[in-house]
Design a protein around this ligand. Structure first.
Ligand SMILES: *Cc1c(COP(=O)(O)O)cnc(C)c1O
Length: 310
């Protein structure tokens, strides 16, 4: 069995900005599921590893950006369960000085230490990542492999994410989750009870996400996306967001990542302050992990002379 089904702990959040707002906020610490296969990536890889084994594949090939949580998790999972891993990484300029790239990029360094083999491709080639011709070229180059899509999202990933909520989580009225490709929230939507609602907070711009999610879900109701908290786009941050993440950690001891969970929590706190939730509402935020990305983001912030995530 790969990545056993665990139920992560739930903590109540006490945060000064939402004191006396009449709602209670909790967080499910999926970031604690595994030291390296963190958060939703654990859930998303579980049934993909099982499927790869069933198909008798011994190589996983997947796609991601140079700071991708999915790339780090896929490398660690392959390492732990004896799959060879190949990462198709966006950005061919990164291959110019490979040693230096790997030494300076905490995500790629980690993945490389867990034996992931990299193939750096141009941004235009990367856009073809779901085209059959591109995949045929990869097969010519690397031989037989099990393909895990970018971000890990497919029906096996959604099945794993249906295990995030446990029976006892039925007591929460709203389940909140960060959204990248939509696989995680799809699993959450599928496991909602009828009296519960899910709100997804996309970490990027674009209107395509609802359509993606609809491919995987059985229900049409009880969920929505709030697109007001992407902070300019994927992996874009503002000083306000960094200050929020640092203040939240200082008061609650809970670390958030700048790409996903920080934006989600900023959104939840903002909605609570604006009175979006009725008094007495119980909100459960899902901590989907992503903390490995903090070091890489801090390098970028340092280059721009901006405040660091502490
Ligand atoms: C990948 C990731 C997400 C996005 O998950 P999707 O299933 O792609 O929507 C959210 N949070 C964290 C921390 C992630 O690493």
């Amino acid at each position: 069995m790969f990545l056993e089904n665990k139920n992560s702990r739930i903590q109540q959040i006490h945060f000064s900005e939402i004191e006396n707002c009449g709602v209670s906020l909790f967080i499910k610490r999926e970031d604690e599921l595994h030291p390296f296969i963190s958060g939703n990536k654990y859930r998303k890889l579980k049934y993909n590893l099982a499927e790869a084994a069933k198909q008798q594949k011994n190589t996983l090939l997947t796609f991601g950006g140079a700071y991708s949580n999915h790339i780090a998790a896929a490398a660690a999972a392959g390492f732990a369960y004896n799959f060879k891993t190949i990462g198709i990484i966006r950005g061919d300029e990164l291959a110019n000085n490979l040693e230096e790239t790997i030494q300076n990029n905490p995500t790629l360094k980690f993945a490389s230490e867990h034996n992931m083999q990299f193939e750096f491709v141009s941004r235009s080639a990367y856009r073809n990542k779901t085209e059959s011709e591109f995949i045929a070229l990869l097969q010519e180059k690397f031989g037989d492999f099990y393909l895990v899509p970018e971000g890990g999202t497919n029906k096996f990933a959604v099945k794993g994410c249906e295990e995030i909520l446990a029976e006892e989580d039925a007591k929460y009225d709203f389940i909140c989750c960060a959204v990248g490709t939509g696989g995680t929230i799809s699993g959450i939507i599928n496991s909602l009870k009828n009296h519960q609602n899910a709100i997804g907070f996309p970490a990027l711009k674009g209107d395509f996400l609802s359509q993606e999610i609809k491919k995987y879900i059985l229900k049409t109701e009880n969920w929505s996306l709030n697109t007001n908290y992407h902070f300019g786009g994927y992996a874009k941050v503002s000083e306000e967001l960094i200050i929020f993440i640092n203040k939240f950690k200082k008061e609650t001891k809970i670390p958030l990542d700048p790409v996903y969970t920080g934006k989600m929590m900023f959104g939840i706190v903002d909605l609570i302050k604006k009175g979006f939730f009725e008094k007495g509402t119980k909100i459960l935020a899902i901590h989907t992990g992503g903390l490995q990305g903090i070091d890489g983001m801090n390098q970028l912030l340092e280059k721009k002379n901006l405040a660091q995530i502490v």
